[in-house]
Design a protein around this ligand. Structure first.
Ligand SMILES: [Zn+2]
Length: 276
């Protein structure tokens, strides 16, 4: 069957007839120099991820569940005061940085390889903190959770509202319902070095993030968002010809072309679960 289809596609190209729609939907045209290293990455992911295709809470799944947006909770694990202005700068930076990854999934303003969304708006719906007085604003633009602590004593938004805890999308116990649920947490921890990321969100140092608000690329955060969308670390190997890219921690401070194509490759392999 594959041979027949391949022959048909070749014939269509040879005769100048427009390629079938299904082929266009499966567009895959990385630069030739990246083909081999991308294949190496996918083979490595396939061999080492314990539940690569069964896991259904990648960032991809969250965006699809929301039909094109992401909701965030900010976990302020610090006693440093947050003015209204600082809160708003954090929101602006979070939206701008997250958008960088989503832009990598577009090509000339068009979503690549049947990804349905050219932009993915970020809504920050809540903040979590131990003491309400740490947050200096009085408006009600976000839900504020005080003294909702995780098992390690860190402030978190209500689990009833969290995607991590309700991957079936049922937020009936969340006071604000689905509209005020959160998919990911931006967890800002005083004194925390480095970063962590996953389907639950991203964790970086509070001092790091607030001091990096003016940077074009808040690269530790960006690296961790890569994990949210399924991308791997490169602690013990590097793909052929690739030394320096965001997901190879410490070798790049922005999303490189190779990072972009790894992101696209992940979607390419995942999208069939959505019939795309
Ligand atoms: Zn990492």
């Amino acid at each position: 069957m594959f041979t027949v289809l391949a022959a048909l596609a070749a014939l269509l190209h040879a005769t100048g007839v427009a390629a079938p729609r299904a082929e266009a939907a499966d567009e895959w045209n990385p630069p030739s120099t990246l083909v081999q290293p991308l294949n190496e990455v996918w083979n490595h992911v396939s061999a080492t991820y314990p539940d690569l295709y069964g896991f259904r809470n990648y960032g991809w799944d969250q965006v699809m569940a929301n039909r094109g947006s992401i909701n965030y909770c900010v976990r302020w694990e610090s006693d440093a005061p947050v003015s209204t202005a600082l809160r708003d700068r954090i929101h602006t930076a979070l939206k701008k940085q997250f958008a960088k990854w989503m832009a990598a999934q577009t090509e000339n303003g068009r979503a690549y390889n049947n990804w349905p969304y050219t932009t993915v708006p970020v809504n920050i719906v809540g903040w979590a903190v131990k003491n309400r007085s740490t947050l200096q604003w009085t408006d009600t633009s976000v839900d504020v959770y005080t003294n909702v602590l995780d098992s390690a004593g860190a402030p978190q938004c209500a689990p009833d509202c969290g995607r991590f805890f309700h991957q079936d999308g049922n937020y009936s116990r969340c006071p604000g319902g689905t509209a005020r649920h959160y998919d990911q947490s931006l967890w800002l921890t005083k004194g925390f070095q480095g970063g962590a990321g996953g389907d639950w969100g991203q964790r970086v140092g509070q001092e790091y993030f607030t001091s990096a608000l003016g940077q074009e690329d808040i690269h530790i955060y960006l690296h961790e968002v890569g994990h949210t969308f399924g991308l791997d670390d490169f602690y013990d190997w590097t793909p052929t010809g690739q030394c320096c890219f965001l997901m190879n921690a410490g070798t790049a401070t922005r999303i490189t072309d190779f990072d972009k194509w790894m992101l696209r490759d992940f979607w390419r392999h995942l999208k069939s679960r959505y019939g795309l």
